[in-house]
Design a protein around this ligand. Sequence first.
Ligand SMILES: [Zn+2]
Length: 113
Amino acid sequence: MKKKKAYYVSDNEEYGIFVVAESVKHAKRLGWGNECLCNDEYTDLTAKWNKEAKVDDLEYGVVDDMKEGLRRGVFGFIDEGEDCDQCGVESFLTNVEGKCLCSDCEEKKENKK
Ligand SMILES: [Zn+2]
């Protein structure tokens, strides 16, 4: 069996989805038609392999949980629609040591160090 890889599939620079697949081709096929992508042309899709992200425990396909993608390092941030792991407020989230935190909680964490 081939190793599962994390791909960031996108149709532009600004937005993309997290897909678990075994190759670029596979990732694009799985991501194609996803409502998050407003692509008209299949050929416009790009799939970028994220070598750092470990996804062996996930199923092949699009991972709808954005926070899962953030925790695993597929996304650098989430700008809307998800809640902070710490305070539960919907906000701009970044990955802080495996947690999805808003800037307030991240600051608090930093101050504790
Ligand atoms: Zn927070």
